[in-house]
Design a protein around this ligand. Structure first.
Ligand code: NAD
Length: 476
């Protein structure tokens, strides 16, 4: 498909005045508290949101194809179905998630009632990236609505087709007193961030994550930051080689390597290396044929800036070899980079200093699990850690001597898909987590309500807390 398809639609950016007005109006709506008090209204909005995705599946597939060249099967697998599952789960569990909890009591609280109310934060802001432009806003929006918040959404201006569709459909399907979309880039997001929100949920780069957190700190607004990083993959010789490489390949090259949880680099033993590279070669051919460029299942780099960044990373590596993928095959006019494997990579190479976010897999060699763990621990805590081994002791050793947002053993990316477990980073790879009920919790304030009674005999005991304390053992 020629690249011309990616000609951006005329995205109409909101002006700063429109943004100010839209936020103020939503704040007024939030203060009326109508949405937070009605579970029926929340259910209605969740159902409308479900329909908004479900009834327009073809339009989503087309927009996402134009933005990031995801084929429709892949789009269903990683964008549409995960979004619908999250919204469906929120509808199904709304009653149980929103129920007050009645905690157990210590003896001193016997006369009291203790309740923890599940309350909305208020008006929240969701800022999304371009690489999974639907799911990374749909999933948090499901939790934010279930929790009773009003929401401003700021999709990425880079995934322009999906953003245009999202803005149109949200206006068509959702209640404007509950959800509003802001269309824009850096300037518009900066304007948005000057306003006081009650929570900000940001998915994107660590660099912009810092910008968002700094802006949030002006209002002491809480944040969830879903960021990136260099996710290591350790492949031990006792792992099933073929299955391991298939899974690593899938996780690395899906979306042309532009996934936050993509294996960033691989470590195996020197002895194992020739077999590992050979298997990569075979599996790449099985997945994408001898000409990945003409495969419908192989993506493209999002823009020239990122294409050039990746070229710079590869060229600046002094002595590395490229057993798979050739520089002559790179095609800027089509934003195409072939599946690429680098060997003989030095720890100090530029490609080991930043998140790659492209279809390039450096392989480093080390002989022992201890060496691998020491190496990984020099870097920021990653979003994901992948370990491929058949030996329980090796796996436990690696997990217990490292830290990461999540771990996936003998597979790639499953830690993101399970909606009964939290997904998120740690330290520089993120703050907070989400998925299923965890998404609801991310947008919920646990408000403790303690109630005491006026039962006079009980009050006799409580009188002990009042001064004067003389005669009660006060020795000062
Ligand atoms: P990005 O940080 O450049 O942009 C994200 C959003 O921030 C966009 O909506 C953009 O308009 C806005 N933005 C950009 N610059 C800004 C600025 N200076 N001030 C205010 N807002 C600004 O990220 P991206 O390029 O869209 O996405 C790629 C990054 O996101 C990678 O680092 C990847 O690892 C990370 N990511 C993380 C997850 C996760 O779940 N943890 C998921 C996907 C992507």
């Amino acid at each position: 498909t020629p690249r011309v398809e990616n000609t951006p639609p005329a995205l109409v950016y909101n002006t700063v005045e429109e943004i100010d007005q839209l936020v103020q109006e939503l704040r007024t709506q939030t203060n009326t508290q109508q949405f937070r008090h009605s579970l029926a209204k929340r259910r209605e909005q969740l159902a409308a949101f479900f329909r908004m995705i479900d009834e327009n599946q073809r339009a989503w597939e087309e927009a996402i194809w134009k933005d990031v060249r995801k084929g429709n099967v892949e789009c269903q697998m990683v964008e549409i179905l995960p979004s619908l599952r999250e919204i469906g789960g929120a509808i199904k569990h709304l009653d149980s998630w929103t129920k007050d909890t009645k905690p157990s009591k210590e003896l001193t609280f016997m006369t009291c009632s203790l309740t923890v109310r599940k309350e909305p934060m208020g008006m929240v802001l969701l800022v999304g990236p371009w690489n999974y432009p639907l799911r990374l806003l749909a999933k948090p929006l499901a939790g934010a609505l279930a929790a009773g918040n009003t929401v401003v959404i700021k999709p990425s201006e880079i995934s322009c087709h999906t953003t245009a569709l999202m803005a149109r459909l949200i206006n068509q399907y959702m209640d404007p007193t509950v959800v509003q979309v802001v269309v824009g880039g850096v300037e518009e997001t900066t304007a948005l961030l000057t306003h006081r929100f009650d929570h900000i949920f940001f998915t994107g780069s660590s660099h912009v994550g810092r910008v968002v957190m700094r802006a949030a700190s002006e209002h002491l607004t809480s944040v969830t930051l879903e960021l990136g990083g260099k996710s290591p993959t350790l492949l031990f010789p006792d792992a099933h080689l073929r299955i391991s490489i298939q899974r690593i390949m899938w996780g690395k090259f899906i979306n042309a390597g532009q996934s936050c949880v993509a294996p960033d680099y691989l470590i195996c033993t020197q002895e194992h290396l020739p077999q590992v590279v050979d298997t990569f070669r075979q599996v790449i051919e099985e997945f994408y044929g001898t000409e990945p460029k003409s495969s419908k299942d192989y993506g493209r780099i999002i823009n020239v800036r990122n294409f050039q960044r990746l070229l710079g990373l590869v060229k600046s590596n002094s002595a590395c070899e490229m057993p798979i993928g050739k520089l002559e095959q790179w095609d800027e006019s089509d934003l195409y980079i072939p599946p690429t494997v680098l060997t003989n990579v030095q720890h100090s190479d530029a490609i080991m200093r930043e998140e790659i976010f492209g279809p390039i897999l450096p392989i480093l060699t080390m002989d022992t699990a201890e060496e691998m763990v020491t190496f990984i621990n020099q870097f920021d805590h990653p979003l994901a850690l992948y370990v491929f081994s058949n030996d329980r002791k090796t796996i436990d050793y690696v997990i217990s001597h490292t830290t990461s947002g999540g771990v996936c053993v003998n597979d790639v990316g499953l830690q993101v898909e399970s909606i009964t477990t939290p997904f998120g980073g740690v330290g520089p790879s993120g703050i907070g987590s989400y998925n299923g009920q965890y998404t609801f919790e991310a947008f919920t304030h646990d408000r403790t309500v303690v109630g005491n009674s006026f039962v006079v005999p009980f009050d006799k005991v409580l009188q002990l807390r009042y001064p004067p304390y003389e005669g009660q053992g006060n020795t000062w």
